[in-house]
Design a protein around this ligand. Structure first.
Ligand code: NAG
Ligand code: NAG
Ligand code: NAG
Length: 288
């Protein structure tokens, strides 16, 4: 009798513990509850024997019990992590600081700004994906991250790197926003769904729009969305947004086409505010 009660108690306690752990472990990184050692500054780590740098930006009043979004912002070719932090002249083809996402995130996100070897993302032998893996591991051991809310964005080579992360780490990343990208950092894997926002200009003179459409179409297919033809066109100087239908639950797919050139800060007619930040933040923040 006593043994039986004891067994019921133990079984019950284990069930409670197991469900508690599954809730906690599904969402919260190991850094939750810890006093952080990482702060908003530049860090160095060794990846495959090479020294690699990245800059961190924590939310104001970082709360170690709150699981934050984790957003990777990759720079363009010839850009740098510091230029993403500082921002560049948007009237001359530059991007806003953190691709304009930091103010929109209202302190709900931790930003990671990696620095590319030779200011690019050649990803030779997958070394930049390994760098990504190591950053995720190091950051999440120390900071409180919602591990179901990791995101990646970038312009040009930075878009290529986000695409590469979507191909290689579909279970790690929740969504990507690829701004005027091309397949420059490879696509190892690339058969699993990942929520995908793509944006491209029809007059892109650096990475043509057909390349951007091909990248998008990989995820239209992986995400089970219904393909659309003919291709949507910009409406004069207004961008056109296509939200695909029929996509698998949790894998929305959005395409924005504009009539501009290779530019992360394209604006719509009559506006001086680039649309990429708002569009990509709305895309990322639909996941909670
Ligand atoms: C920003 O976040 C704070 C705290 O989480 C919240 O109280 C506030 O309403 C938010 N502001 C906006 C504009 O969403
Ligand atoms: C677009 O760029 C790709 C890669 O550089 C090239 O192979 C392709 O021919 C280009 N397509 C058009 C329509 O210019
Ligand atoms: C831009 O907007 C103005 C005012 O709405 C309109 O007159 C003009 O035709 C538009 N230009 C283009 C290229 O769409």
């Amino acid at each position: 009798m006593a043994t039986r009660k004891h067994n019921i108690f133990v079984t019950g306690a284990l069930l409670v513990l197991a469900s508690f752990l599954s809730i906690v472990m599904a969402e919260k990184s190991a850094g939750c509850g810890k006093t952080p050692t990482i702060s908003s500054k530049s860090y160095t780590m060794t990846v495959n024997g090479k020294s690699r740098q990245y800059i961190m930006k924590l939310p104001d009043k970082y709360d170690h019990n709150r699981p934050y979004r984790l957003i990777f912002t990759w720079h363009q070719l010839g850009g740098s992590a510091q230029k993403i932090v500082n921002g560049e002249d948007i009237t001359k083809g530059g991007a806003l600081p953190y691709y304009g996402l930091a103010p929109l995130s209202n302190n709900s996100a931790i930003f990671v700004v990696p620095q590319g070897l030779n200011n690019g993302w050649g990803n030779a032998g997958g070394e930049d994906i390994t760098f990504f893996d190591q950053m995720v591991k190091t950051i999440e051991a120390d900071l409180c991250v919602d591990t179901s809310l990791r995101f990646s964005t970038g312009f040009s080579y930075g878009g290529a790197m986000s695409y590469s992360v979507a191909c290689s780490r579909p279970k790690v990343i929740r969504a990507v926003a690829v701004l005027s990208g091309g397949v420059l950092s490879g696509c190892s894997g690339g058969t699993d769904p990942v929520a995908y926002y793509g944006q491209h200009g029809t007059a892109d003179s650096v990475l043509n729009v057909s390349g951007g459409r091909q990248m998008r179409d990989r995820f239209v297919k992986n995400n089970g969305c219904t393909p659309v033809s003919p291709e949507p066109s910009p409406n004069g100087a207004q961008s056109t947004m296509l939200v695909y239908k029929g996509c698998k639950e949790g894998y929305p797919t959005t395409w924005v086409v504009h009539k501009g050139d290779h530019n992360p800060s394209q604006t719509d007619n009559g506006s001086s505010t680039p649309f990429a930040p708002k569009n990509s933040w709305e895309f990322f923040s639909q996941f909670t």
